[in-house]
Write a protein that binds this ligand. Sequence first.
Ligand code: PSV
Ligand code: MN
Ligand code: MN
Length: 401
Amino acid sequence: MGNNGAGVAEQKAQRVYSALDGFRIELPSWGFANTGTRFGKFLQGGAATTIEEKFSDAAQVNALTGASPTVALHVLWDLPNGTADVPAIQTLEKKYGMKAGSINPNLFQSAEYKYGSIANPSAEIRGMALKHLLESVAIGRELGSKDVSLWIADGSNYPGTQSIRKRIGWMEEVLGATHAALGDGQRMLVEYKPFEPAFYHTDIADWGMALELVRRCGPKAKVLVDTGHHAQATNIEQIVTWLLHVKELGGFHFNDRKYADDDLTLGSIDPYQVFRIFHEILSAEEKDRTDIAFMIDQSHNLKGKVEAMVQTVATAQELYAKAALIDQVKLAEMQQECRLVEAEECFRDSFWQDVRPIVREWRTARGLPAEPLKALAESGYVEKITRERESKNARSVSTYA
Ligand code: PSV
Ligand code: MN
Ligand code: MN
C-alpha cells in the first residue's frame, strides 16, 4: 500500500512536470501599460510607457515563472512606424532575452474607423485597413513571429443602419487578401466578440462566423477564442472541443469575467472553467493540440501590473497542472460505461487537488523561484520601476463624461 501510494505520487509528479515543461503562455505588451475604463484612467507609478519598459516587465515575469518567453505586440502602440520599428524590437529581444510574439493590428482607434474597418462601406477605408493588415503581416515576417492576431471591432449600433450581408462580403475580401500575403510559417488568428464597441451587431460576433471566415480564407487562418468574448453561460469548453475537432483552433486570449469583457485575472472568478478548457485540450489527440497559442489578454487597472501578470501565469500553471492530473484512460472508461457520478468525481478530484506543492517542486527543479509572487516582492523590481517611471506617470486623470 505504502509503495503503491508512493508510485501514484511519483506518477502524478511526472504528469505535472511534463505538462509544465511544455506549457507556455504569452504576455500582452498592453498589460503593462496604463489602461482604464471609459470613466477614467488611474495611472500607476510603475506602468510601462515605452516598448522597452514593456519588454523589461515581460522579461521579469518570464524570469519568475519560466513560462512566458514571448510578448504580444500591438502595432499602433508598439511599432507606430510599422516595419521601420522592427530593428528596435530586435534590439530589445536580444537585450531582454524575450521574443516578439503575436502581432496585433489596430483596426479600431483611428477616426476613419468610426463605421468600421474591414467591413466599412467605404472602399477607401477598407483599403486603409488592408494596408495596415499587410504591414502587420510584414512585421510578423521580419520578426519571425508566427501569428498575426486580428480583433475586428466592426459592427453597428442600430437595426437597419448597415447592410450586415454586404459587410460579410467586404470582410471576406480583405481577410482573403491578408491571408494571401502570409509567408511560410505565418498564421492569421481571427477573434470573435458579440458586443462592444458595437452594441447591435458585431461583424464577427461568434465562433461560427469566425470559423466560416477562416475556412474561406485558407489553411493559415485559424480561430482565436478570447474567454471574455461570449454571452453569459456559454459553454466555452464545448466551443473549444468543436474547434479542436475540426482542426481550426489557433489560440486563446485568457482572462476572466463576471459581467462582460472584464479582462480580469485568469481564474479569479471561475477557475473551474479554465480547468475544463485545459482538460478538453489535454484530452485531444497530440497532433490536434500541438499548434495552439496560449496568450493572456488582460488589463489590470487597479492591481499592480507586474504582480498581476505573475499571479496570472502562476495560476495558469496550477490549473494546467490540475488538468494534467486527470487519468484520461480511467475517465474515458467511466464515460463509456456511463458511470456518471464516478466520472464526475474523477474529474472533480483532479480539480480539487492542491497541486501547489508539486508546482513548487517543479519550479525549484527548473531553477525558478518556488514562490514567484514572493520572489517578485523580494526582488524590489516593482519599487525600482516605480521610482524610475513615476515622474512620467504621476498624474491621475479622469475622463468621466
Ligand atoms: C478588445 O475586446 C480586446 O480586449 C480584444 O480582445 C483584443 O484581443 C484586445 O482588445 C487587444 O486588441
Ligand atoms: Mn482578445
Ligand atoms: Mn477583449
